[in-house]
Design a protein around this ligand. Structure first.
Ligand code: NAD
Ligand code: UGA
Length: 488
C-alpha cells in the first residue's frame, strides 16, 4: 500500500446509502485512506446494525474479502450510523449512493429511474451541509441528473444567502463499476475511476482520494454528462454481450453447434475479447435491466426511437431466454410438471453474492411453479425468507414422504429450501443449475443419481458440471447452448 496522500483537502466523508455499493466502496476508501474519517449513513436502522455487529460473517452484504477490510477500518476511521444530518454537517464531501430503481408508476413508469431517493438526499445535503461541500453522485443516474441536484443545492444557497454560515456546493459524477461477488477486488484494482465535473479543483480533490491506491493513468476526467452516460453505456454494452451470446446459444442448440466453442473462437479475436461470453440462464442483478431501460427511456425522450428499440431488444431477448429455459425443462419432462419435483441449485443472480435482485431464478422458478412443479431450492448464501419474498410465495416444508421417490399432487406449485444439496436433490425428477456456485461443479453424480426418480434429468444452465460424469451416472443431460448434447 502507498503512503496516504497527506495533502488531500478532504478530511471528512459522508456516504448516504449503506447498500451493496456504499458499504463496500466506503470500506475500501477508509481502509486505503486512514487520514480520512468516513461515515456511512442510512435510514435503514437494521442495515446499519448489521454493519456494526461483531460477527463479520453476518454483514448485510456478502462479498469475498469484505470482512477483512471492514475489520481493519471499522471504528478506526470507518463508521456506520443513522445520523444522516450529523454526518452531512461534518463532511467536506458527500457521496450519494442510494438506490435508483425503475419507476413503477407515473411518467416513464417501467423504464425511467425513480429519483425520489436521490432528490431526498440532495434536499438533506442542502439543509444540513456547512461551509463548502463537494457532492458526488455515486449512484447510477440518468444523464443530466447532476442538473437536478445542482438546482436543489443552489436553491438552498439562495435561501441561506444572508446566513453567517452560508454553504456552497460543487457536484461531481463518479459512477461505480464494481461487480458483485468481486467488489473488493474491483474497488482495490479498478480498470478505471471515472470523475465527471465542471470544477477542476473539486475533480482533483476527489482524484486525490483515489490516488492513495489507484494509479494516476487510471483516473479519467470527463465532463459531467459524459460520466453519467458512460456508466449507463458500460452496463448496456456488457448486458448486450450476454444477450448476444445467449441468442447464439439458442441457435447452437438448434444446429448441433456448441456455444462454448463458438465463444472461444470469437473471443480470441482481440477486437471482440473473451470476457462476458458465458452463455447462462440470462443476466440478472439490480442494474443491467434498469440501466438499459433508463437508456431506452432517455433515447425516446430525446426523439431517438430507433436507438431506444435497439437497446430494448437486449432486455427483451433476456426475458425470452429465461422463459425459453423453463419451457425447455417442461418439454423434456414430457410436457408436464404436475406433481414432479425439480431441484433448483442456486438462486443468487451470480456466484459469490447473496443478492437475488432480478435473478433469472425468479422468472424460471415462477414458470415451473405455474406448471405445477414441486421445487426444492438450494443456495449457499441466499436465505429462504428472501426467496419467499422474491417468489411472492411462502415456503412449504415437505411432509416426511416428500423425500421419497413417489410423487404426489398435494404439494403442486410449492417450494421448500434446504442447506443440503443432497437433500434438495433427493426424490427429484430433475436438477436445474441456475447459479455457478463452485460446489455445484463438485457434485458426486453417482451418489446424487441414486436417490432421483428415473428418468432423471440434469439441466445445466451455467455450463459448470462435467457432462461425462453426469451421463455415466445414468442421468439425462442438457447444457445451455450445447447442440452436441441435444443430438447425443
Ligand atoms: P441498495 O439498495 O443496496 O442500497 C441503497 C441504500 O440507500 C439502502 O440501504 C437505503 O436504505 C439507502 N437510502 C435510500 N434513501 C436514503 C436516504 N434518503 N438517506 C439515507 N439512506 C437512504 O443499492 P445499491 O445496490 O448499493 O445501489 C446503489 C446505487 O449504485 C444504484 O444507483 C445502483 O444502480 C448503483 N450501482 C450498483 C451496483 C451494484 O453492484 N449493486 C454497482 C454499481 C452501481
Ligand atoms: C454489473 C457490471 O459488471 C458492473 O461493472 C456494474 O458496476 C454493475 O453491474 C452495476 O452497475 O450494478 P453485476 O451485475 O454485479 O455487475 O455482475 P456481472 O458480473 O456483470 O453479472 C451480471 C449478470 O450477467 C449475472 O447474472 C451474471 O451471471 C451474468 N453473466 C455475466 C452471464 O450470464 N455471462 C457472462 O459472461 C457474464
Amino acid at each position: 500500500m502507498r503512503e496516504p496522500e497527506a495533502n488531500s483537502v478532504i478530511r471528512n466523508i459522508c456516504c448516504i446509502g449503506a447498500g451493496y455499493v456504499g458499504g463496500p466502496t466506503m470500506a475500501v476508501v477508509a481502509d486505503r485512506c486512514p487520514l480520512i474519517q468516513v461515515k456511512v449513513v442510512d435510514i435503514n436502522q437494521k442495515r446499519i446494525d448489521a454493519w456494526n455487529q461483531n460477527d463479520l460473517s453476518k454483514l448485510p452484504v456478502y462479498e469475498p474479502g469484505l470482512d477483512l477490510v471492514v475489520s481493519r477500518a471499522r471504528n478506526r476511521n470507518l463508521y456506520f450510523s443513522v445520523d444522516v444530518q450529523g454526518a452531512i454537517a461534518e463532511a467536506d464531501m458527500v457521496f450519494i449512493s442510494v438506490n435508483t430503481p425503475t419507476k413503477t408508476k407515473g411518467l416513464g413508469a417501467g423504464k425511467a429511474s425513480d429519483l425520489r431517493w436521490v432528490e431526498a438526499c440532495a434536499r438533506q445535503v442542502a439543509n444540513f451541509a456547512q461551509g463548502h461541500t463537494i457532492v458526488v453522485e455515486k449512484s447510477t443516474l440518468p444523464v443530466r441528473t447532476a442538473e437536478v441536484i445542482k438546482t436543489i443545492l443552489e436553491a438552498a444557497q439562495t435561501s441561506h444567502q444572508n446566513d453567517s454560515n452560508s454553504s456552497t456546493f460543487e457536484v461531481l459524477s463518479n459512477p461505480e463499476f464494481l461487480a458483485e461477488g468481486s467488489a473488493i477486488k474491483d474497488l482495490e484494482e479498478p480498470d478505471r475511476v471515472l470523475i465527471g465535473g465542471e470544477s477542476s479543483e473539486a475533480i482533483e480533490a476527489l482524484a486525490s482520494i483515489y490516488k492513495n491506491w489507484v494509479p494516476e493513468q487510471k483516473i479519467l476526467r470527463t465532463n459531467i454528462w459524459s460520466s453519467e452516460l458512460a456508466k449507463l453505456t458500460a452496463n448496456a454494452f456488457l448486458a448486450q454481450r450476454i444477450s448476444s451470446i445467449n441468442s447464439i446459444g439458442a441457435l447452437c442448440e438448434a444446429t448441433g453447434a456448441d456455444v462454448r466453442e463458438v465463444a472461444r473462437a470469437i473471443g480470441t479475436d482481440s477486437r471482440i475479447g473473451s470476457k462476458f461470453l458465458d452463455a447462462g440462464p440470462g443476466f440478472g442483478g439490480s442494474c443491467f435491466k434498469k440501466d438499459i431501460l433508463n437508456l431506452v427511456y432517455l433515447s425516446r425522450h430525446f426523439g431517438l426511437p430507433e436507438v431506444a428499440d435497439f437497446w430494448e431488444g437486449v432486455v427483451e431477448l433476456n426475458t425470452w431466454h429465461q422463459h425459453r429455459i423453463s419451457r425447455l425443462v417442461v418439454k423434456k419432462l414430457f410436457g408436464t410438471l404436475s406433481g414432479k419435483r425439480v431441484a433448483i441449485l442456486g438462486f443468487a443472480f451470480k456466484a459469490n453474492t447473496n443478492d437475488t435482485r432480478e435473478t433469472s431464478a425468479i422468472n424460471i422458478a415462477k414458470d415451473l411453479l405455474d406448471e405445477g412443479a414441486l421445487l426444492s431450492i438450494h443456495d449457499p448464501k441466499v436465505a429462504p425468507a428472501q426467496i419467499a419474498l422474491d417468489l411472492g410465495l411462502e415456503e412449504m416444508k415437505p411432509s416426511k414422504s416428500f423425500g421419497s421417490k413417489s410423487s404426489g399432487t398435494s404439494n403442486e406449485g410449492t417450494w421448500w429450501f434446504s442447506e443440503e444439496i443432497s437433500e434438495v436433490c433427493s426424490g427429484a425428477d430433475a436438477i436445474l443449475i441456475l447459479t455457478e456456485w463452485y460446489q455445484y461443479s463438485q457434485i458426486n453424480w453417482i451418489e446424487i443419481s441414486k436417490n432421483m426418480r428415473n428418468p432423471a434429468w440434469v439441466f445445466d444452465a451455467r455450463s459448470i458440471v462435467n457432462s461425462e460424469k453426469v451421463l455415466s451416472a445414468g442421468l439425462q443431460f442438457w447444457r445451455v447452448g450445447d447442440g452436441s448434447a441435444e443430438v447425443r
